[in-house]
Design a protein around this ligand. Sequence first.
Ligand code: ADP
Ligand code: MG
Length: 342
Amino acid sequence: MPIQILPPQLANQIAAGEVVERPASVVKELIENSLDAGATRIHIEIDKGGAKRIAIRDNGCGIDKEQLSLALARHATSKIASLDDLEAIMSLGFRGEALASISSVSRLTLTSRPETQQEAWQAYAEGREMNVSLKPAAHPCGSTLEVLDLFYNTPARRKFLRTEKTEFAHIDEVIRRIALARFDVEFVLIHNGKTVRHYRVANNEKQKQQRLTAICGANFVSQAVHIDWQHDGLGIEGWVVSPDYAQNASETQYCYVNGRMMRDKLINHAIRQAYQEHIGQQQTPAYVLFLTVDPHQVDVNVHPAKHEVRFHQSRLVHDFIYQGIASALTPGETDLTLEERQ
Ligand code: ADP
Ligand code: MG
């Protein structure tokens, strides 16, 4: 076969293999876009575990009519313009691939209205060349992304979808993770026409406790110790369970770096080490931790799904996390600052 450039839809479908694993990955990408657009209210409607329909409506900044087809194009983003921007990234997105990927393996429509426009417009991409057609629509300020029949044109992937219940459980989990990181945003989750979650905006301590309880359970909340450390431009905030905590809520293991949910080996290691030394081998850590790091000090462009990071000064970050948690787990020392304990 001679060398040839792949048609756009095929190239996008191949890229989709990396980011669109299942309905929950679509939900994650779309909610992250809504958050990057400054939304304070996000409605998520799911039909049949997301395989049939995913519709996400936000009250974010919206997209200009002239930019709608660009939003669906590959490598098109409003979030970075240079490598410098990428190295100081604070938005959740930057690859400009999610909408192109998702629309290549589903029937995706994007309806949007920025505040500056009187009317809304709707974009739909189809065919091998992914040509975008536009038509006027009715929509309040903000955007709605609707994804129908995920993987309808990629049967090999569709075959890997699990039961409706399982796929929905993954979606529910994605939303819990995001809702934990954004107390300032309201989330409504509807499955097959029924509202199953409603996380209201949490402004004060009481409301924050309510959301934390709704997501992590009363058991976790009643035993969790608050942690809040700042040192040398690093910060760690959140909750870890106290040494005498029972093991039964060990699924509560959430860790964020600059607002992004992470599964990071280095962080896990620091947490485990602190726990092992302070509460013994047999207990499983339970925690919700938000790490803040100068964005210049982390590389988020490690994996297409963006759930891994690389720290420039990994030893420093490791020790910082270890010390922060160790101090929270050691009774009587929780009031000391990091410096005082050294
Ligand atoms: P990325 O998020 O990496 O920029 P995406 O493919 O997810 O790439 O989105 C492409 C672009 O479309 C974004 O950069 C943004 O400008 C726009 N966009 C996507 N979703 C929304 C939304 N809900 N509200 C406003 N703009 C959006
Ligand atoms: Mg995105």
